[in-house]
Design a protein around this ligand. Structure first.
Ligand code: H79
Length: 456
């Protein structure tokens, strides 16, 4: 009992100390920590980018438009009057919300986040403040978010909504559309925020049951005062709903850049949004998929650094998640079936030397973080009294554990509980991991030790 208490105290001291070291990180706040509890445990979520851009799929009038698929309107550029016509073609007859949620479950994902409205301004939900939505403007006429929310409720899955609060290329006063409406600094931006963005966020928080989080993005022109209007709407409507790190004012957790994985661990809550291929919204020509092994490495890497992995799929205009995405997700999901204990609810590495070597002379990257030459052989995650070593390559015969003062009591493979040979020499524990390695993609060895928390 005493030991547990001591652990909790020392962990929170650690968290508080780490908070004050990270510039721009949220201040410690007990209510926030409570809201974040499920998020910190969940670790792995499904991002869904779906909208009108799935119809052109990266091609406009026979011309290949480079870049991420959901930016095609901007990149071409396509005038609003012309882009709007896509709505009359949007009829994803193969859409089945329960199948999407089932896929996320099979994949081992613990939350889902879907684009309720991306930069193009088109809403996947019925809205009273803008007819530019799936129910009022398409032949499909079904409220996609409602169907997904109901399926999530049935299957016990948390659901969050991406909402592009600042950019809205459909609206004369929204940010981003200069080809129809001219420069942003000449616009009545607050008119757009008050008439569409704010009321639609309110609609999302009132019509779809509990909302796990709102995922704001690209906070252009979001002053603290404007940001606060959104925070107030969220907190006064659903106090448990999390706000991501891209509102423009302080959110509940830090969002990294798109596809950016930090080089080091941190105690604050954070999330990396990432693609399996290169685009978020469906593109016919992007078939450059990351392998299940690469995805598994990124997942373990992120968890070992204390973060969450929000991994994207881009369904087709028919409402089908590309088969390649499905296959990759299910393969990683099968690995999680036998190794999930190393992921869900697991804490970051108490070591750090496995992440890579810091460059000499304190070189820093563009974000001011120490430059690191990354290592990819193994990662470690933790729970009280347990270390989970995940090997992505066969470790050398006689793998020395990083130095720690605690006594190691047991080592075994997580997937089948087979004991792993170990010996302790001069206070240093050495593992002898069976060769050839059990699972060449990723083999987890659990190391149990005394004292609850690693002492170095
Ligand atoms: O929703 C996804 C992206 O659409 C969104 N964030 C993720 C989660 C995002 N918004 N902005 N960006 C990403 C940065 C976009 C940069 C680019 Fe481009 C868009 C590079 C190529 C297309 C802008 C237009 C810069 C060059 C052309």
């Amino acid at each position: 009992m005493k030991r547990t208490l001591c652990l909790v105290v020392s962990l929170s001291v650690f968290a508080a100390a780490a908070h004050s070291l990270v510039a721009g990180a949220p201040q410690p706040d007990p209510a926030r920590e409570q809201r974040l509890a499920w998020f910190r445990d969940a670790k792995y979520g499904m991002f869904i980018h779906w909208g009108l851009y799935a119809i052109p799929g990266g091609e406009w009038k026979g011309r290949r438009i480079p870049g991420i698929g959901e930016w095609i309107m901007f990149r071409t550029p396509v005038p609003v009057k012309e882009y709007e016509r896509l709505a009359t073609e949007f009829n994803p007859v193969k859409f089945n919300a329960d199948e999407w949620v089932r896929l996320a479950k099979d994949a081992g994902m613990r939350y889902m986040v879907i684009t309720s409205k991306h930069h193009d301004g088109f809403a996947l939900f019925k809205s009273k403040v803008s007819a530019y939505n799936v129910v009022d403007a398409t032949p499909f006429k079904r409220d996609i978010l409602k169907e997904l929310a109901d399926a999530c409720a049935r299957q016990n899955m948390r659901l969050g909504f991406y909402y592009s609060q600042a950019q809205d290329w459909h609206e004369p006063n929204g940010a981003g559309n200069t080809w129809d409406f001219g420069q942003d600094d000449k616009k009545d931006y607050d008119q757009y925020l008050r008439s569409k963005s704010e009321p639609q966020v309110k609609e999302l928080l009132t019509g779809y049951g509990p909302v796990a989080l709102i995922w704001f993005d690209t906070p252009r022109m979001m002053t603290p005062e404007r940001g606060k209007r959104f925070t107030d709407i969220v907190r006064s409507t659903q106090p448990d709903t999390l706000i991501d790190g891209r509102l423009g004012t302080e959110g509940d957790y830090r969002s990294t850049g798109d596809n950016v994985i930090p080089s080091n661990a941190s105690a604050e809550a954070w999330e990396t949004p990432a693609t399996i291929n290169h685009t978020w919204g469906f593109r016919k020509d992007d078939t450059d998929w990351k392998s299940p092994g690469q995805i598994t490495f990124k997942l373990v890497d992120i968890v070992s650094k204390g973060g969450n992995y929000l991994l994207n799929v881009g369904p087709t205009s028919e409402g089908v998640i590309p088969q390649a995405s499905q296959d990759i997700l299910r393969t990683v999901g099968r690995w999680l079936q036998s190794n999930g204990e190393a992921i869900y609810g697991a804490g970051p590495t108490p070591f750090g030397e496995e992440l890579g070597e810091s460059s000499a002379r304190g070189a820093k990257n563009v974000r001011g973080e120490a430059l690191v030459y990354p290592q990819t052989e193994w990662r470690v995650t933790t729970k009280p009294g347990k270390l989970y070593f995940t090997f992505f390559e066969e470790p050398r015969a006689g793998f020395p554990l990083p130095a720690m003062k605690n006594t190691v009591t047991r080592a075994y493979r997580l997937a089948d509980r087979a004991p792993v040979e170990m010996k302790t020499e001069n206070g240093r524990t050495v593992l002898n991991v069976e060769r050839p390695i059990f699972d060449p993609m990723a083999t987890v060895v659990v190391v149990e030790f005394e004292g609850g928390r690693v002492q170095r």
